[in-house]
Every structure is written in C-alpha cells, then in structure tokens.
Write a protein that binds this ligand. Structure first.
Ligand code: GRG
Ligand code: ZN
Length: 319
C-alpha cells in the first residue's frame, strides 16, 4: 500500500543504524566520501528532531582527524583535502555546535588559496574547476563569517558566466543546465549578494518543468524523476521564492512512495533500495514544503534554520 505520510521515526532509526554499521555494503562503497555522508546523516537526524541519537563525540573526533596541515579536509582519514569535504566538515561541526574543535582559520586560508584570477575555485590542488566548488567555498566562508577572505565580486562573475540561454546553470561556462549545478549557482550568487543577476522567471519556468506526472522531479529534460531533485530543484525554487510553482503535495506523494516502510530510509525511486543521501534529500524536500513536525532548513546554506540563527554573521536565508 502506498504510504501517505513521512515515516519519521523509521527514517531516524535507519540513519542511526547505517551510520553505525561499518560492515554494511553502503559503508564500504561510501568510504571515499564519508565526510559528506556524515553531513547527510546528521542533517537528516537534525531535521527529524533526532540529533541526540548520534554519537557526537565520535563524529567530532572523526572530523578533526580529517583536517590537514593546509587547513582543508579530506573525505576520510588520510584522504586528500578537497573543497567538497571542507564544506561538509564545517557543516558537521556547526550541526554539533563544536566548531571550536577544528582550526577554522586554517580552513579559511585553504579555501581562499583555491580561488583563481577569473573568480572561479579549483576543488583542490589538482585544479579542476566547477561551479559546485564556487558554492562550497562561498557557503563554507559564509558559515565561518569570513567571506572577506576571497574576492566575492569575481566569484559571482564566474558563477554568472555559467548561466545558459534557458536560464539554468552548468558546471562551467557553456556546460549543460543541470538542477544540481543550478542549486550551487543560485546558492553561490545569493551568498555573494548577487541574486539579482539570476533570470528568475526564466530559471523558475525551467525548474518547475522538472515535475513529472508521478509528482517527482527530474534534474534535466528527458530524465527520470529522482528524490534528490526534491532538494536540488526545490531549494532553488525556495531561494527564489517560487515554491508554489510546483505541486508540493504531488511531490510529497512521490517522496512517500520512495520510502522503505519496513526498514526505514528513502530511495531515489519507488521500489529502489534506500540510502542516506536520498533519505536526507527526501526529508529536506519535505521540510521545504513545510511538512509538520520537521525542523526547517535554509535552502541556500543547506543547514537547519535553527543552526543558522545561532550564527551572528550569517543570517538564515529569507529571515
Ligand atoms: C551542501 C547540499 C550540499 C551540497 C554541496 C556537492 C554539492 C555541493 C552539490 C552537488 C550538486 C550536483 C551536481 C548534484 C547532482 C547530483 C546528481 C544526482 C547527479 C546525477 O547526474 P546524472 O547525469 O543523473 O547521473 P540524471 O538525473 O541527470 O540522469
Ligand atoms: Zn538521486
């Protein structure tokens, strides 16, 4: 029978279980991105009101052990530093209220050193450039109250140059519009106080066309619906104040159908196996849609509004 509600207690039990099961398949295949996995799990638990069930001491020790001399964080112990995991590490420590346990100023220096002359950011020392990394840099610096450490104007110029004729954004100038990149570019431009450079109506028309008859959202034309776009698409619409342009109850119905009613957790598609990534983004989508009993999430920083309210320097978006 199709589920008609979010199975909150089951999802909290699922996230706790898979976070502790180091023998599982999921644990093994996510080894290289453990830091982001911890962020997804912890954020899901926060939104579900179940953060206390997690082992905060153990998680904080893990994060601290992933920081390098240069200030950046790896995806796991002894893995090379990268902007993706540096953002996740900052987010995790803020979720736990333990930012003072990492060397934040060194992390700022690491991020700042990755900015290039055209304003873009390399993801790490190897130099790959992507609008995702612009978002990671600006979000982490915004959360740390240190946007002054980079050239924010140039950063916005690069992100704006990734805009396409359809109003969407790609990974680099000329790259195909994709909802994941759009989330990053909308977030980066908003943090850079440059959201006026977004073609709001054109972009939101493209975004609301992502909703399919199933109620679910895809990430670009002709693709299948997937629960994670309940975050990538919906957070962008929310940041641009156009949430009402999609049918929220039809989308929630799709998310509910992707739940594992026995073991908990949310999958990418109905009948698939759940994972922590899609569980977080499904719960976060429901939070954006105002589902009763969930904590609210800031669509730009991808952090609970409550946590943002504790940061004097980074007001939650829209507040
Ligand atoms: C703090 C939430 C948060 C994120 C940090 C890593 C990052 C910044 C953003 C990632 C944005 C992105 C590119 C998301 C897309 C992920 C995804 C589902 C990719 C799948 O792409 P395809 O081409 O799938 O395999 P489709 O759905 O197009 O068939
Ligand atoms: Zn997905």
């Amino acid at each position: 029978m199709a589920e008609v509600a979010l199975l909150t207690a089951k999802h909290a039990a699922y996230v706790k279980r898979v976070s502790e099961d180091s023998e599982s398949y999921e644990y093994a295949v996510s080894e290289h991105l453990r830091m982001s996995g911890v962020y997804w799990g912890l954020s899901a638990m926060y939104l579900l009101g179940a953060l206390d069930a997690m082992d905060a001491d153990m998680i904080a020790r893990f994060v601290v052990s992933c920081q390098h001399e240069c200030g950046g964080f790896g995806g796991n112990v002894d893995h090379d530093p990268h902007l993706l995991y540096t953002l996740s590490a900052v987010q995790v420590m803020l979720l736990l209220g333990r930012l003072e346990q990492i060397d934040a100023q060194r992390a700022v220096a690491y991020i700042a050193a990755l900015q290039r002359d055209d304003g873009s950011f390399a993801g790490d020392e190897w130099g790959e450039v992507d609008s995702r990394f612009s978002y990671c840099a600006l979000n982490a610096l915004s959360l740390l109250g240190r946007l002054d450490a980079v050239d924010v104007g140039r950063a916005a110029n690069f992100v704006a140059s990734c805009q396409n004729f359809d109003g969407g954004y790609g990974a680099t100038p000329g790259g195909e519009s994709h909802a994941g990149q759009i989330f990053c570019c909308v977030g980066a431009l908003t943090i850079a106080s440059a959201a006026h450079r977004i073609d709001r109506d054109l972009l939101c028309s493209w975004l609301c066309e992502r909703q399919l008859p199933s109620g679910g959202l895809n990430g670009r034309p002709e693709k299948l619906a997937d629960v994670c776009y309940s975050w990538w698409v919906l957070s962008s619409l929310s940041a641009l104040d156009r949430l009402s342009w999609i049918d929220g109850s039809a989308l929630m119905g799709f998310i509910f159908r992707c739940q594992d009613a026995e073991g908990g957790g949310i999958a990418d598609k109905p009948e698939d196996v759940p994972d922590v990534f899609h569980t977080f983004f499904g719960v976060a989508g429901c939070s954006l849609l105002g589902y009763d009993g969930l904590k609210r999430i800031d669509p730009v920083h991808a952090m609970p509004v409550e946590v943002m309210e504790r940061l004097p320097h980074a007001a939650p978006w829209g507040h």
